[in-house]
Design a protein around this ligand. Structure first.
Ligand SMILES: *Cc1c(COP(=O)(O)O)cnc(C)c1O
Length: 225
């Protein structure tokens, strides 16, 4: 098994170094530890090593892990695509949903969150990479979607999430991150809490470009089986 605690430390140091290049520190960047396909034991090891934000892609998988781990020590982030028929379950587990790509989805999340007395933090997912990623909204439609969903009760719009396409080097991801950052900068101040971008292959570049929330799995746990 990978040395989760050492890896976590290495990643945090790299985040700090990248943040300093953009006039910030590692303290300004939230590390979401991505645990899809990882066992409860591995997740517990990461938590013991200081992980507080946990990212999962699938509602059912997260529910199973949530049932064992709970939410006293950690906060659960949904980073994968969310289908409307899974929203009722999703709002029970997650505190942040990164993958809003329609008004209908936002309304459903608002309704279901309100029903259980929760205010859900949500991010709008921007699709900057054309065909490379399936989900998310077009950059040109992003600000109007944010505006449309801002008044929905039960949710709080907290920023944007985005992914760069798979490119040969992290440097090639830079223009995508800078495009998302520019959109984010146009949001009203109270919605500029999180700019979620950067994964194992490109998080340092993402942080240099202004990301304040990275989602990292492989660099912490090793390759997924
Ligand atoms: C799997 C996943 C990650 C983490 O990917 P790694 O390459 O393992 O760091 C981040 N964001 C999303 C949306 C993912 O699906």
């Amino acid at each position: 098994m990978a040395n989760i605690s050492t890896n976590l430390c290495v990643v945090k140091n790299k985040i700090d170094a990248a943040a300093r290049k953009s006039g910030r520190t590692g303290e300004d960047v939230t590390l979401v530890v991505v645990t899809k396909t990882r066992s409860v034991e591995e997740i517990r090891e990461a938590i013991a090593a200081g992980a507080v934000d946990i990212g999962e892609n699938y509602v059912q998988e997260a529910e199973d892990k949530f049932a064992e781990i709970g939410e006293e020590e950690v906060k659960w982030h949904l980073i994968g695509h969310l289908q409307r028929n899974k929203v009722r379950h999703a709002v029970e587990v997650f505190s942040v949903i990164h993958s809003i790509d329609s008004e209908e989805l936002a309304r459903e999340i608002g309704k279901r969150s309100e029903a259980i007395g929760k205010l859900m933090d949500v991010l709008v997912e921007v699709k900057v990479s054309g065909e490379a990623t399936k989900f998310g909204v077009d950059p040109k439609d992003t600000l109007s979607l944010v505006d449309k969903i801002s008044s929905i009760s039960g949710i709080r719009v907290c920023g944007l999430m985005g992914m760069a396409p798979a490119v040969a080097s992290p440097e090639e991801a830079r223009p995508y991150f800078s495009e998302i950052k520019k959109l984010w900068a146009k949001l009203p101040e109270e919605q500029r809490l999180y700019l979620s971008m950067g994964m194992t292959s490109d998080y340092e570049v993402a942080v240099e470009e202004g990301s304040n929330m990275v989602r990292i799995g492989t660099a912490i746990f090793g390759p997924r089986g």
